[in-house]
Design a binder for this molecule. Structure first.
Ligand code: SF4
Length: 370
């Protein structure tokens, strides 16, 4: 990247990483504190026009205007559930047909005071992995989000929380549309920005990145000592059942996943969380629980048992309460640390991808054969 007067194409500053932004400022002969100021305007205040950068001189703002621009996702629709969950549907600046979803999941104390404010963000428009139970998987893949588009979602919802609750968001999970580790660079850069004290300044311990189990990228997270938490969308505890509902398992089975997870733990000594959607009469038997308990032995881990939000057109259904009880008893018998997560926002299609499909998101490519 070289900034010259002859630069024809304007640069979208939100596509530059934090270090590239410093280089950009250096090439304009700006002092490093100017780069910090620009970074803050982009990622703390969320401006989309240079004229809003009021602590920069008029000349500098005009110069920036000539060679660069600032993209920003736009809110299309917002829906609020009776349980307080808020779903945001955005479209991207370069293509209004590309829609992405983010969800705010507030947690309240018994007296109604807000406790945790968790944001679930998207990392891609659609997803190539075609998991059987997932609305996003059904739409196929369109494109990766840039780190700027990921941070925009967080920033937008952080502003919403400051207005609504008088406090900033407390947790982020990368569990919205897309497979985060399939967009590794943008995801890790967005997490770096969100944890930067010149931005939202969230502790990396409060960030969880989820994956269907991309083993090469899991090892890369470990080797690079990425500081956030890792969750694995498991959803079935043997290869046969996992092959059936998650096409990725056909090429990266549980044996390979075990090796990656053990490498991750050996490098970082950080426990793993397994996400396990409980489907009625599919993966909810005592035998399934025992197989899950075996996986939990690979490295220190905990399990979130998630009660599935039924999705139109998907045969798998949410497990019944009596089957959940039986499953949990079996896990407890095997000393598994497990928590049941009730689905939130059923009345607003909060399951990832549902709203975008309703809004007419087209179909992209997928590794699923049918
Ligand atoms: S569950 Fe995740 S990886 Fe699977 S299709 Fe949905 S978004 Fe993609």
């Amino acid at each position: 990247m070289t900034v010259t007067n002859e630069t024809k194409e304007k640069i979208d500053l939100k596509t530059l990483s934090a270090s590239e932004l410093s280089v950009f400022a250096g090439e304009l002969n700006l002092q490093s504190f100017r780069a910090d100021q620009i970074f803050q305007w982009l990622y703390q205040k969320g401006v989309s026009r240079f004229e809003e950068m009021t602590n920069l001189s008029k000349d500098l703002r005009a110069k920036l205007e000539n060679i660069a621009y600032i993209s920003r996702i736009r809110l299309l629709r917002q829906a609020e559930s009776e349980d307080g969950t808020v779903k945001f549907l955005f479209h991207l600046a370069d293509n209004e047909d590309y829609k992405i979803e983010s969800v705010l999941i507030p947690d309240f104390y018994d007296d109604g005071v807000v406790n945790r404010l968790t944001v679930c963000v998207s990392s891609q428009v659609g997803c190539v992995f075609g998991c059987e139970f997932c609305a996003t998987g059904k739409m196929g893949f369109f494109r990766n989000l840039s780190h700027g588009e990921i941070v925009d979602q967080v920033q937008y919802i952080n502003d919403f929380c400051e207005h609504r609750y008088g406090k900033k968001i407390t947790n982020i999970v990368y569990m919205g549309m897309g497979e985060p580790l399939h967009n590794y660079d943008a995801v890790t850069e967005s997490a770096r920005i969100i944890t930067d004290e010149r931005s939202i300044d969230l502790s990396p311990k409060r960030i969880t990145v989820s994956t269907v189990g991309l083993t090469k990228q899991i090892k890369k997270l470990a080797d690079e000592r990425q500081p956030f938490n890792l969750a694995i969308s498991l959803h079935a505890a043997n290869d046969e059942k996992r092959d059936e509902i998650m096409p990725i398992n056909n090429s990266m089975g549980l044996g390979e996943l075990k090796e990656a997870v053990q490498h991750y733990y050996a490098m970082l000594h950080r426990p793993i969380t397994y996400e396990y959607l409980l489907f009625d009469d599919f993966n909810d038997s005592p035998q399934d629980a025992r197989e899950l308990a075996n996986i939990v032995q690979w490295v220190p881990s905990k399990v979130n048992i998630i009660m599935y939000n039924n999705v139109a057109g998907v045969e798998l259904k949410r497990a019944r309460e009596d089957r959940l009880d039986r499953f949990m008893k079996e896990l407890i018998k095997h000393d598994v640390r497990a928590t049941v997560r009730r689905s939130r926002g059923d009345d607003i299609d909060a399951g990832c991808g549902q709203l975008a499909i309703k809004e007419g998101q087209a179909k992209g490519k997928s590794i699923r054969k049918n």
